[in-house]
Design a protein around this ligand. Structure first.
Ligand code: MF3
Ligand code: CO
Ligand code: CO
Length: 260
């Protein structure tokens, strides 16, 4: 098994695609309000991607996915399908996951937004989940192992009595949407492959208030927590550099340095 190392030219393209993903999440924030629908959020992102960014929304028709973004509300873990019937209400949380393709390269990022005013429980879950992603990111450097990332995430989640979803993981990314290596969000430090400069992959932990088990709905996309308790997710696309990491999908609201 060999993991692709990006050339300097590839990395420049990945920076462009990553910046477009970041820009989409910044753009959509003002539209995440009570009374809107996830179908409307999808239309806004689709139009922005295609007409403003001149990019391609990777999710659309990917393995049959019918929309341009994923919208995962409350107990939906990931891969929620936008719908005009899904009206957001005050206190909901929603993960919006975007993946533009520009010049053949993918940028993959997601953020969990608050709709109106969150409960104390929701605010804590969303914050700890973002911290879990950051703990994973700061573990990234040449010579570190993929298991160091998973172990850091799992430790932080379980310290706060949350559970880590096992069925979905981070992934290598570039010209291919979901490539090797798999980046598990749990595991043991020192295990897995060794990281090298030029690798690009996502870190995208899904963290549950209740038990770790999930189930797939009959639409064959929507993943929900088995116990229907709240879940959150955050995702960045990361480059391994000579000195550590670079966050390719970095936004102005991030609470970590863009590079190490
Ligand atoms: N963006 C998701 C990820 O982080 C994948 C979505 S696949 C889709 O890997 F088909 F549901 F869009
Ligand atoms: Co991803
Ligand atoms: Co994603």
């Amino acid at each position: 098994m060999s993991i692709e190392l990006k050339s300097p030219e590839d990395i420049e393209q990945m920076r462009i695609s990553g910046a477009l993903a970041a820009e989409q999440l910044e753009m959509i924030e003002a539209h995440v309000v009570p009374g809107t629908t996830t179908g409307e959020l999808d239309r806004i992102c689709h139009e922005f991607t295609v007409n403003t960014q001149r990019a391609i929304p990777a999710p659309l028709n990917y393995r049959g996915f019918p929309k341009s973004i994923c919208t995962s509300v409350n107990h939906v873990v990931c891969h929620g399908i936008p719908s005009d019937d899904k009206i957001l209400k005050d206190g909901d949380i929603i993960n919006i996951d975007v993946t533009p393709i520009k010049n053949g390269f993918h940028g993959d990022s997601s953020k969990t937004f608050f709709v109106g005013k969150p409960s104390v429980l929701a605010e804590r879950l969303v914050r700890i989940c973002q911290e879990c992603m950051y703990k994973g990111i700061v573990a990234v450097k040449p010579g570190a192992h993929t298991g160091d990332i998973g172990s850091a995430i799992q430790e932080h989640a379980e310290k706060h009595r949350y559970s880590v979803v096992r069925e979905y993981c981070g992934h290598g990314i570039g010209r291919i949407f979901h490539d090797e290596p798999q980046i598990l969000h749990y595991g043991k430090a020192g295990t897995g492959i060794s990281l090298e400069p030029g690798m690009t992959f996502t870190i995208e932990p899904m963290i549950n208030v209740g038990k770790k088990e999930v189930k797939l709905l009959p639409d064959e996309w929507t993943v929900v927590t088995k116990d229907h308790k709240l879940t959150a997710q955050w995702e960045h696309t990361i480059l391994v550099t000579n000195t550590g990491y670079e966050i390719l999908t970095y936004r102005s609201d991030d609470k970590i340095a863009k590079f190490s």
